[in-house]
Design a protein around this ligand. Structure first.
Ligand code: CTP
Length: 411
């Protein structure tokens, strides 16, 4: 499975003969849909030019402090990255990382970044075996740095042994695997996304501004966490996330039916769709023509899909969204209890926030806790939400949830 689409990969290139392979790695990452930016050390430019990486990434390449035009570019890069890979990572660069140095641009970016770090060592076999390198690698490993390789074999210097950088295909796979957390492995997840369209006549409908981006990001994050994911989607122009099964629907009623068909063996239900609350009571069979005698539109309620699923006897763990213009936490808490769900992700909407945007911010509300996820891309927020869901999920069985729900609602 390709987990790399839209992922932001910062590639650090150090001075080693294997640097030429990094160009091929960038090409493959781009082919898999990743966004790539490159930081080179001064020594790397002895082996490959910045122009090569610039042409392959379509982005400026930074190599020394004079490339940091604003003085803050290295911080911006550190925040931008979803993951940092240093390939090739020389013995010197491993030593610098181990000691927290920040006197070259690449080391400074690594120190300033909270993104997970991977390194692909490449050096002479004796340098790799040296006690100093062993200690540095061990220290980095203990700090959570993922060490990829090195491979054994014939080296550029003519010696044979460990120290060859892994091939681009192996590094690509390691990066892709790194985005798959397995936190939801073995679970079936159903996600609703997008707006619904409630017909007035065959050509007109009532709808809303939902872009579906949050729901699609969540479906993708759940898949990357190892779940099997079915996405019940209203009409949006978004690509199906890799590995996700999508079913398209139009109206709230169709969405309800598609969800109920899939819910029996489902472990987790995440309702992100902006389902219409009301629909025209009597949609016309033919196009309504002018002049119209009665210009008012009679509406009737649309079934609440989330509340319906949460009220089932054998129900999945339920997560809902709350789109609010005011009193975020109060409305979110009330909505959680009213709908009988485990977790509500609340966000402010209106004035350009929430709908149609690539960014969002969320307040997560569950029984006994809240947590604020500050403004970030919907893709990253989706991962954080899935992490939270995964941490809450095993604490409660279906039976528990069901009896609590009935106790609450029969009171
Ligand atoms: N929802 C749903 N079916 C509906 C309406 C809403 O499944 N017919 C789900 C949404 O997907 C979301 C949650 O319920 O997860 C809350 O949606 P929201 O529009 O914020 O709230 P409403 O229930 O519509 O309440 P209100 O309009 O009063 O805020």
């Amino acid at each position: 499975m390709n987990n790399l689409s839209q992922k932001r990969i910062l590639l650090g290139v150090c001075g080693g003969i294997a640097a030429y392979k990094s160009a091929e790695l960038v090409r493959r990452l781009r082919a898999d849909g990743a966004r790539v930016r490159v930081v080179m050390t001064a020594a790397a430019s002895e082996f490959i030019t910045a122009r090569t990486f610039q042409a392959l990434t379509g982005e400026p390449v930074l190599s020394d402090w004079s490339d940091d035009r604003t003085g803050m570019d290295h911080i911006e890069l550190a925040r931008w990255a979803d993951r940092i890979l240093i390939a090739p990572a020389t013995a010197d660069s491993l030593a610098r990382l181990a000691h927290g140095r920040a006197d070259d641009l690449l080391a400074a970016v690594c120190l300033a970044s909270e993104a997970p770090l991977m390194v692909a060592p490449a050096m002479n076999q004796a340098m790799w075996r040296h006690a100093a390198t062993r200690d540095n690698v061990e220290l980095l490993r203990r700090r959570g740095v993922q060490i990829c390789g090195p491979a054994d074999g014939e080296q550029a210097c003519g010696e044979v042994g460990p120290g060859r950088m892994l091939e681009p295909q192996a590094l690509l796979q390691a990066l892709s695997d790194a985005f798959c957390s397995a936190r939801l492995a073995g679970l079936k997840v159903v996600v609703t996304a997008g707006p619904t369209r409630e017909p007035i006549d065959p050509v007109r409908f009532l709808s809303n501004r939902s872009s579906g981006k949050m729901g699609y990001a969540i479906a993708r994050a759940a898949r990357e966490a190892g779940a099997s994911v079915e996405l019940v989607s209203g009409p949006v122009l978004l690509d199906v996330p890799p590995g996700v099964q999508r079913v398209r629907v139009e109206s709230g009623q169709e969405m309800l039916e598609a969800v109920l068909e899939r819910i029996t063996d489902c472990d987790l239900f995440i309702a992100t769709a902006a389902v219409a609350d009301y629909r025209p009571a009597k949609p016309a069979q033919q196009k309504i023509k002018k002049p119209v005698a009665d210009t008012s539109l009679q509406l009737e309620p649309v079934t609440d899909i989330l509340a319906t699923v949460a009220a089932l006897d054998h129900r999945p763990f339920c997560v809902g969204f709350a789109a609010e213009t005011e009193q975020l936490e109060q409305h979110a808490q009330k909505k959680r209890l009213r709908k009988g769900v485990e977790l509500i992700a609340a966000n402010r909407v209106g004035n350009g926030r929430g709908f149609e945007s690539d960014d969002n911010e969320l307040l997560l509300v569950w029984e006994g806790g809240t947590c604020w996820l500050p403004k970030d891309s919907k893709a990253r927020l989706a991962h954080q939400l899935i992490e939270k869901v995964a941490s809450l999920y095993p604490q409660r069985s279906n039976k528990q949830i069901s009896s609590e729900y009935h106790a609450k609602h029969s009171a």
